[in-house]
Structure formats: C-alpha cells, structure tokens
Write a protein that binds this ligand. Structure first.
Ligand SMILES: *[C@@H]1O[C@H](CO)[C@@H](O)[C@H](O)[C@H]1NC(C)=O
Ligand SMILES: *[C@@H]1O[C@H](CO)[C@@H](O)[C@H](O)[C@H]1NC(C)=O
Ligand SMILES: *[C@@H]1O[C@H](CO)[C@@H](O)[C@H](O)[C@H]1NC(C)=O
Ligand SMILES: *[C@@H]1O[C@H](CO)[C@@H](O)[C@H](O)[C@H]1NC(C)=O
Ligand SMILES: *[C@@H]1O[C@H](CO)[C@@H](O)[C@H](O)[C@H]1NC(C)=O
Ligand SMILES: *[C@@H]1O[C@H](CO)[C@@H](O)[C@H](O)[C@H]1NC(C)=O
Ligand SMILES: *[C@@H]1O[C@H](CO)[C@@H](O)[C@H](O)[C@H]1NC(C)=O
Length: 495
C-alpha cells in the first residue's frame, strides 16, 4: 500500500473509533446540562399564578432591564412617590449589597430576578418594562459607544482610565462604570475607540470616509455587526431580558445560575425552559410596561402602581413627616447612591433639571402624579439628548439616529433577531400581558362609571358625580384611543 493510502485508512479507522466516543461524550454533556436546567426550572417555578398579584405589597422591586426606558419611571414616577427614606440601599456590585434597611419600600436596580431571594419574597411586588429586542440591542450598542466616546477628550487610554478612577474616588459616586452591564460594556468600547483612533493616527485605515452608514464605520467605531458577534455581547446582551427576568444574567446572585446559563448558551434547545420560567415570572408581576407604548405604559403605571403606592403611603406620611423633621442622617448617605443618575461628567446637573426640588408625597394624587411625570420626562429627555449629541460630536461623522438605523442591512437585523430568539418570544408574551392590563383597567373604569350613575340616579346629580363621571369617561376614551392605536401598530409592525 502506498503510504498516503495507508495514512488515509488509518485516519478513517481513528475516525470510526472516535466518532462514537465523541458523540457519546457530547450526548452525556447534553444530558447533564438538560438535567441541570430542568432542575433549576422546577425549583424556580415554585408557585402558580398568584391570586393577589395585582395588589401592591409592602416592597416594590423595579427590575430595571437596561435600555428599556426604566430610568424615566424611576425619576419621574417613583422618586415622586417615595422619599429617599423609603428606598432600599441599592447594590450596583456585590460588595455593596446591604440588606440592612428592613423597612424600605422601594428597590430599583439592574440586578436580575435572583435579587428577590434577598428580599422578603411574600411581601414583594415586582414590576418591569420590556422592549422590542432589536431596538434594545441597538440602544445598548449606541449607549456603550456614547458613554465611551466621552473619554475621547483624553490624549490616550491610560490617561482616560486614570482620570476616571480619580473622579470616582473623589466624589464617592456611583457612576455608569460601576453599574452592570455598563461596567463591562463601556470599558470594552472605550478601549476599542482609543485603538481605532490610534490606528487612524498611524494611517492604518486606507478608505477613510467611504462608508455612509454610521453603524459600519470601522475606522472610528466598532461596527454593529462586529459588536453583536463578539463574545461579550453573547455573554451580556443577547436574550438579556429573558435572562434577567429568569435570574440568569452573568451578574446573578444565585450560585447555580452560572452553570445553567452556560448550558443554555451551549444548547439552544434548553432555552425553552428559561423562557417558560421568565413567562411565569411576568405573569406574577404587578405591572409590565412596554417601551414602545411609553405613553400608555406611563398612564397605566400611574393608575395601577401609582394609585396603590399613594394609598399605601398615606397612613405612613405623618410618620414620614416626623422622620423628615428628625433629619435622620441616613438620608444624606443615600444621596450619593442615585442609580443611573451619575452617568459621569455633568450628568448630575442634568439630573437636577429634571427633578422637582422638594417634592413630597403628601396629598399626592394620580392626576398630580401624571402631571409631574409629563414635565419631568420632557426635561429628562432634553437633558439626555443634549448629552448624547455632545458625546457623538467626538466621533463625528458617526451619528446614531432612527434614520441611520434604516441603512443597516437586513442580514444584520435578521441576525439580531435570531441571536435574541428568547427575547423575541418573551416580548410577544409581554404584549399579551399588556393587553390584559389594558382590559382590566378599562373594566375598572366602566365599573366606576356604573357605580357613579347608579348613585346619581338614586340621589340626584350633584357636582361631584358629574365631575367623576367626566373623569371616568375621559379615562375610558384615553384607553380606547391607545387600544385602537396599539392594534393598528401591532398589525403594522411585525419583527
Ligand atoms: C498619555 O497621556 C499622558 C498625558 O498627556 C502622557 O503623560 C503619557 O505619557 C501618555 N501615555 C502614553 C502611553 O502615551
Ligand atoms: C449618504 O447618506 C445621505 C443621507 O444620510 C444620503 O442622502 C446619501 O445618498 C448617502 N450617500 C451614499 C453614497 O450612500
Ligand atoms: C460577565 O461577563 C463579562 C464580560 O464578558 C466578563 O468579563 C465577566 O467575567 C463575566 N462574569 C461572570 C461572573 O461570568
Ligand atoms: C423623631 O424623634 C423623636 C424624638 O427626637 C422620636 O420620639 C420620634 O420617634 C422620631 N420619629 C421618627 C419617625 O423617627
Ligand atoms: C460640563 O458642564 C459645563 C457647564 O455646565 C460645561 O462648560 C462643560 O463643558 C461640561 N463638561 C463636559 C465634559 O461635558
Ligand atoms: C394636604 O391636605 C390637607 C387636608 O386637605 C391640608 O391640611 C394640608 O395643608 C395639605 N398639605 C399640603 C402640603 O398641601
Ligand atoms: C445627527 O443627526 C441628527 C438628526 O438625525 C441631527 O439633528 C444632528 O445634528 C446630527 N449630529 C451631527 C453631529 O451630525
């Protein structure tokens, strides 16, 4: 036999012997993984849908999924309802975790659902907001770049990194760089931006200015298609909403979660178990909002969550007044822990513009809350877009916008959808929950109206009944308007 032929036969022999072994060990690994994931899913689904899930319990946990617009809810609703005395000490990293304030009422963080294990579960209501996954990925990319670009004022990466460290220590603040997932995404993008700038200086890009697509300008910023395929994005961004609601992010408190996540990433089929857990969790939440329907989501938040918070806190308010007068030094120590607010450099000023100074919870009504929300949200948006355009100037001509997104090739969009298959499913599910919430609220206002009309027919109409009738009819019309609109949009948009 010719040596080549002999070699080929030898290879074939090994292949024959090896394949079953490999297949066997792969299968064993799959079986092990499947059992791990199943066990986790079974233990996570302890309770069925809870009867009283629409009633606010003592503690409100806002599970803030990054880039869903949760920040406006925090600043424009929750900050107006809860004084800082009532906020639980937050944890942006594990070292800071401090469950020491047993009577706090509000917890807002980017931590995942595993945080619930640290809270009094039976006394906790959870709320969250979901967003179309493709938009969420776009936004995560843009925001990582935006924050990282602010560092380009520095001559080099070393100086940028050093300076931030100094600022952080000096101000003792929680900055974006302390908050998961930005603490990974921003430094990653920052390093990348500096590397590309250096390469430009050394003339390493030959075709500068050729591309017209802001999401694909590799001489300045990591292109979107590269970003979504990077292992970091796989670890942190894709299916991020599902993993966060399931308690399986890479920031999880639950020790077993890391193996479960690893298995789910390795074997896509196991994602179904995670999705089921996430759906059940949404079912049990007090409120689920949608970023896309932000006006209706806001109205609903006010009428479902806001209303209950107000009636829950009213009995507390005289107590709180006392505490305020007592000037407990606790409060001042929390001023430094505003979540999300210290997005580094000048953000604190913007924040103050958005918040009303000296808001109290006293005599708060849903009407007043909504009014305050509208003003606050518009200020916050202005501040955000100012900061964003200042930051994007540093990487001009890159300019992220809705129009620029239209230039992104279909292949990339399709990839974003398939990389986020669980989130796509969860988002659809959340849309269903949202529609139910809308129905419930409409029913409630119809009932209220019926009560009012019975009342007025038996006692005669007075000013009060006319007024409340007017209000319920108005609320009904508003909801109807949203309902019709949402239907139209659902028909139009299909991701
Ligand atoms: C980075 O910039 C600082 C400040 O201009 C300079 O002192 C330092 O030598 C630079 N470092 C490198 C590695 O170029
Ligand atoms: C570049 O973008 C602008 C607007 O964004 C568009 O009008 C123009 O046709 C584009 N040019 C090319 C070569 O694609
Ligand atoms: C989370 O992901 C980041 C980025 O990939 C990585 O650096 C970090 O080690 C991960 N943490 C855990 C606990 O896996
Ligand atoms: C406020 O202080 C007074 C005495 O200084 C104390 O009796 C009261 O319990 C305190 N109230 C609260 C709510 O802390
Ligand atoms: C911070 O704000 C001041 C004025 O409010 C402005 O002059 C300065 O340029 C800002 N700095 C940065 C880094 O945005
Ligand atoms: C709240 O309402 C009560 C009774 O209506 C009133 O006495 C009190 O002054 C009001 N407080 C504020 C801050 O408006
Ligand atoms: C970026 O685009 C927006 C609108 O899409 C525009 O208002 C803004 O001026 C642009 N910024 C830069 C730096 O080109």
């Amino acid at each position: 036999m010719a040596p080549a032929k002999k070699f080929a036969m030898l290879m074939m022999f090994f292949a024959l012997v090896n394949t079953p072994i490999n297949a066997y060990s792969t299968e064993k690994d799959f079986v092990r993984c499947e059992s791990t994931v199943k066990k986790w899913a079974a233990s996570s689904l302890d309770a069925e849908v809870k009867e009283d899930r629409h009633t606010l319990r003592d503690l409100l946990f806002f599970l803030h999924i990054p880039r869903t617009g949760g920040r406006t809810y925090f600043h424009c609703f929750l900050k107006k309802l809860y004084t800082s005395h009532l906020e639980c000490p937050r944890s942006y990293d594990k070292l800071r975790f401090d469950p020491s304030k047993p009577n706090c009422r509000l917890m807002v963080t980017h931590d995942d659902y595993s945080m619930v294990s640290k809270l009094p579960k039976e006394r906790t209501s959870v709320v969250t907001i979901l967003r179309n996954p493709v938009d969420r990925v776009f936004s995560a990319y843009e925001f990582s770049v935006e924050v990282a670009a602010r560092f380009l004022v520095h001559p080099n990466l070393t100086s940028a990194t050093k300076m931030t460290g100094r600022i952080r220590i000096k101000n003792n603040e929680v900055s974006t760089l302390d908050i998961w997932p930005w603490k990974y995404l921003v430094p990653w993008m920052r390093e990348d931006l500096f590397a590309r700038r250096d390469a430009r200086k050394h003339g390493e890009f030959s075709a500068i200015g050729e591309s017209n697509d802001s999401y694909d300008m590799e001489d300045i910023v990591m292109p979107l298609s590269e970003f979504i395929n990077d292992p970091v994005a796989h670890e942190i961004i894709h299916n991020g909403a599902t993993l966060q609601v399931a308690g399986l992010t890479n920031n999880s408190y639950s020790p077993e979660s890391h193996e479960v996540r690893h298995c789910v990433r390795k074997y896509q089929a196991l994602g179904e178990y995670v999705l089921e857990v996430a759906k059940k969790r949404l079912d049990n939440m007090l409120y689920v909002g949608l970023t896309e329907d932000h006006r209706e989501s806001g109205t609903m938040f006010g009428n479902v969550v806001g209303l209950q918070v107000i009636s829950q806190l009213q009995p507390l308010s005289s107590n709180m007044e006392q505490a305020e007068k007592n000037k407990s030094d606790m409060s001042s120590s929390f001023q430094n822990h505003q979540p999300d607010s210290n997005y580094l450099l000048n953000s604190t000023n913007d924040q103050k513009a958005a918040e009303n100074v000296g808001t109290t919870n006293e005599n708060m009504t849903v009407g007043k809350l909504m009014e305050a929300y509208e003003t606050c949200i518009s200020n916050l948006r202005k501040a955000q877009s100012r900061r964003r355009s200042m930051s994007l100037k540093k990487i001009s001509p890159v300019n992220f916008s809705k129009e620029a997104r239209l230039q992104v090739p279909d292949v990339v969009l399709q990839q974003m959808v398939s990389l986020n298959n669980l989130d796509v499913e969860l988002y659809k599910y959340a849309q269903g929950i949202f529609a139910q919430q809308r129905k419930r609220l409409m029913q409630k206002s119809v009932e209220a109206e019926r009560q009012v009309s019975t009342f007025s027919s038996s006692y005669g109409i007075n000013l009060w009944t006319v007024l409340s009738l007017g209000i319920t009819v108005f609320l009904l019309l508003v909801l109807l308007f949203f309902f019709v609109n949402a239907r139209r949009r659902i028909l139009k948009v299909k991701v």
